[in-house]
Design a protein around this ligand. Structure first.
Ligand code: NAD
Length: 281
């Protein structure tokens, strides 16, 4: 029978352990989220992050700019880098087109980079060294681990090669000794690849991209996609039909999304530990 990989349940259970660890720290953990412009989805994500931080005694400040420049943002970040009371800094993506996203992200101190998107942290992930891992990739690894799903030697297909999700996930799974195939918009005959996969992870942003005929019986499906159709949220998988065929599947909403938010909290504690020269692995 198909089992749901319940991200809400997993997040709540992991949060209890994390809260216990945070309670034992004498310093107050504090993060600053920076946003620019008027992205409606970003507003919801930030509201969620603030709520989750508050629930676990992490202070979450929000700096919002209707309009700004790359240089102004970098100035703000450099000030936060020096601020002793700021544990972590997160720039909500996407930024408006006039801003150089790469320069802005890389101006964050690697020790305060709770999203794990600076080039230094990405290089650490690439080299399988301890560092901050991007939240969605780490959330998926923790979700699979929570359900005791073995990764060693498994054939795992990721669909979507973004810097935010697909590429960090590729390295995270490789570091767990999985055999990973990374597919994208130019991949030919996707079905021939997904059909051979033990685990399929889709992060594209197209409803019903993964259909029943693309999935092997008893496979595991992780749906990262978030699509809004007539006010309802769905993922990239034709859930009703695919769910009947696989062993495990994530719902959307309630699968990867909650895990991504959880990792913001977990990465904040990791940043604090790194700043204190403590091990995070
Ligand atoms: P993106 O637009 O940066 O990347 C999409 C990727 O999909 C690209 O690499 C592209 O090559 C690939 N692609 C496009 N069409 C394809 C096709 N027909 N076949 C195969 N590959 C194709 O997007 P992103 O930032 O990686 O986000 C992807 C989706 O995941 C979006 O729906 C986003 O909202 C969602 N998302 C969810 C979470 C979460 O926590 N659940 C986090 C981040 C992103």
């Amino acid at each position: 029978m198909t089992k749901l990989l319940n991200g809400v349940d997993c997040k709540n259970k992991l949060k209890i352990k994390l809260k216990n660890k945070i309670t034992k720290i004498k310093d107050k953990l504090s993060i600053t989220v920076i946003s620019v412009g008027n992205n409606e989805a970003s507003k919801i994500y930030i509201k969620n992050k603030i709520k989750e931080c508050n629930s676990i005694n992490i202070e979450c400040k929000h700096l919002h700019y209707e309009k700004t420049t790359t240089n102004e943002l970098i100035k703000v970040i450099k000030k936060l880098n020096k601020d002793k009371n700021t544990t972590g800094i997160l720039v909500q993506l996407p930024l408006p087109k006039n801003i150089n996203e790469k320069l802005v992200i890389n101006s964050i101190d690697k020790l305060k980079d709770i999203d794990g998107l600076t080039e230094t942290n990405i290089a650490k992930l690439y080299n399988n060294e301890p560092g901050i891992i991007p939240c969605t990739a780490k959330g998926i690894i923790d979700l699979l681990d929570f359900y005791n799903i073995e990764l060693v030697g498994k054939n795992i297909t990721i669909i979507g090669r973004s810097n935010l999700v697909g590429k960090p996930l590729f390295h995270s799974l490789l570091n767990k000794n999985a055999t990973v195939t990374l597919c994208h918009s130019k991949t030919k005959n996707l079905k021939s690849i997904t059909k051979k996969s033990d685990i399929i992870i889709v992060a594209v942003g197209k409803p019903n991209l993964i259909t029943n005929d693309m999935v092997r019986k008893n496979s595991i499906i992780i749906d990262v996609g978030i699509n809004r159709i007539n006010g309802k949220i769905c993922g990239d998988v034709d859930f009703k039909k695919v769910a009947k065929k696989c062993e495990y599947i994530t719902p959307v909403p309630g699968g990867v999304g909650p895990m991504t938010v959880y990792e913001v909290l977990s990465n904040t504690l990791d940043c604090y530990k790194i700043q204190q020269n403590k091990n995070i692995r």
